[in-house]
Ligand binder design. Structure first.
Ligand code: ADP
Length: 507
């Protein structure tokens, strides 16, 4: 029997349903728990102070009515009734968005929150401070996240502006670390005073390194020689590049470990960070290779020879993503007035800390003070993959005196692995797109594919330069503690400026 007999009762039930949805959206106004089975549920009118909940059987009848689309049936059920169906295994929590359709994505998230909350030991999620309303979940669905229960806001600050290659950019930084934006801003001010930052893009290639097993080292060796040959390279390139107009194979690097062969495919990827693109191309190239070597077994498309999201010397040496060097000259009087230190102290500290200290620690690519702080904040603000900060933050900071009497500071950062994109991944999300728009690099570059992503990498390296300059200056001047105290932080320590006492050891 239809649950709605007259137009009047439909309206009454619709109002009741809306009321229940409002109450679910505001669970702090305590709700009675839904029954766990149909036995205790009532289909009669709601008692005062209670709300109406149909039985599991009635809900199922509505939900499974064959003449209606599932999304239409769900529109006739209250949130609590859908929860009842889900708790009885009739609806899978992970599939709520698919069942509801694009117009009810927030409702799907709200119901999932309730389901997870009530199944958890703390039961806090439903009424928690984790926001979920007014978010464009259509951009998330099937692309960015599964089992969504809301979103995590991070404060967004802007450092700068910073003059990079003659253009002024605000530097967007999503961070919860006090002093970071203020400190980077100070670095920007000092860099601008010297005319800004000049960048050079020395490489642009994302990499994928599959692991391929052969029955013997002899066969693995033959395959390696074939890949390294002109003919093998051409066959692999043709297959690889057939998968995307943006993927252009730049190099193939091979290495053997016993009977396992590793091939590092390196390709330009336009404005995409490129992991999806290169994976597709690599798969196609390996299919072509399989025809020549039927004995080979592809163990994994990623055999860690890439190397993605893990520390690796191969990235530091060969580069991955965008390889950028950024340089600036800071006049001596600006080092004194803005950075409150001297060129001599800065250069000395940079050598002892960033170069010798990191060498003593056996670091790979960690010849910097805090490149990761700035890079990760910009990654979060612009929708990059934050896990790639592992290799993207690899950076060598260099400082030397320059000018007639060495009174000015020449400072640079060398960053071989900035892995960024302006299309795909988290760059499709509305807020992140707003940030990319502010930088003028949103989406695909209309004339020169890849230029937007390259510009973003140049801006990131330049902002890292600002961050390095400011932190090292603070350390050299012993200002770090004061800055942290002013921003309610107190954990850092800072040495006083060091002076050599050994004769002849002066810089
Ligand atoms: P990723 O490869 O970084 O994981 P996606 O696969 O999510 O990124 O997005 C890349 C997609 O965007 C590709 O399918 C590609 O065809 C498309 N695309 C459109 N314009 C561009 C561009 N200028 N550069 C790179 N990819 C682009």
């Amino acid at each position: 029997m239809s649950p709605f007999t007259t137009q009047q009762s439909f309206s009454a039930r619709f109002l009741d349903l809306k009321l229940k949805q409002v109450r679910l959206a505001h669970p702090e106004q305590s709700l009675p728990s839904p029954p766990s089975s149909d036995s205790g549920a009532s289909s009669s009118s709601p008692a005062e102070g209670d709300y109406f909940l149909r039985s599991l059987k009635e809900c199922l009848e509505i939900y499974e009515e064959p003449s209606r689309a599932r999304s239409d049936s769900l529109a006739l059920l209250s949130d609590e009734e859908i929860i009842l169906l889900a708790n009885n295994g009739k609806i899978a929590a992970y599939a709520l968005e698919k069942l509801f359709g694009m117009s009810e994505l927030e409702r799907a998230v709200r119901i999932r929150r309730a389901l997870i909350s009530r199944a958890s030991s703390t039961k806090t999620l439903e009424s928690s401070t984790i926001p979920f309303e007014s978010y464009d979940y259509s951009r998330v669905l099937g692309a960015c996240c599964e089992n969504v229960v809301g979103y995590i806001p991070i404060p967004l600050g802007v450092a700068g502006p910073l003059n990079v290659d003659g253009t002024s950019y605000p530097i967007p930084m999503a961070t919860a670390e006090g002093t970071l934006v203020a400190s980077t801003s100070r670095g920007c001010k000092a860099l601008n005073a010297g005319g800004g930052v000049t960048t050079v893009l020395v490489g642009d290639a994302m990499t994928r390194g599959p692991a391929i097993d052969f029955p013997s080292v002899a066969l693995a060796g033959q395959a390696k020689a074939w890949i390294d040959s002109e003919q093998g390279h051409a066959i692999l390139r043709e297959a690889f590049e057939s998968t995307s107009r943006f993927a252009k194979l730049k190099s193939l690097k091979t290495a053997m470990a016993g009977r396992t062969l590793y091939v590092r495919f390196a390709t330009s990827t336009g404005d995409a960070m490129g992991m999806n693109m290169i994976s597709k191309g690599t798969e196609k190239a390996l299919d072509a290779m399989q025809k020549r070597f039927p004995e080979m077994v592809v163990l994994a498309l990623s055999g860690n020879y890439c190397t993605d999201k893990k520390p690796a010397a191969i990235n530091w040496i060969e580069g991955r993503g965008k390889s950028v060097v950024a340089e600036a000259v800071v006049p001596g009087h600006i080092v004194k007035s803005v950075l409150k230190t001297t060129v001599k102290d800065l250069c000395n500290l940079n050598i002892k800390k960033n170069l010798i200290g990191s060498a003593m620690a056996g670091s790979i690519g960690g010849f910097n003070a805090h490149a990761s702080n700035i890079l990760t904040a910009i990654f979060l603000a612009t929708g990059q993959d934050p896990a790639q900060n592992v290799e993207s933050s690899m950076c060598m900071t260099l400082m030397e005196p320059t000018g007639m009497d060495g009174e000015d500071l020449l400072v640079s950062v060398t960053m071989p692995c900035i892995e960024v994109g302006t299309v795909g991944g988290g760059t499709v999300l509305a807020a992140q797109q707003g940030v990319l728009e502010m930088l003028g690099v949103r989406g695909a570059h209309p004339q020169q594919p890849g230029k937007n992503a390259q510009t973003l990498a140049r801006v990131i390296a330049s902002a890292v330069l600002a961050g390095e300059l400011s932190l090292l200056s603070a350390l050299a001047a012993g200002h770090l503690i004061k800055a942290h105290m002013a921003h309610n932080r107190s954990q850092a320590n800072s040495p006083a400026s060091s002076l050599p006492v050994t004769p002849g050891a002066r810089l």
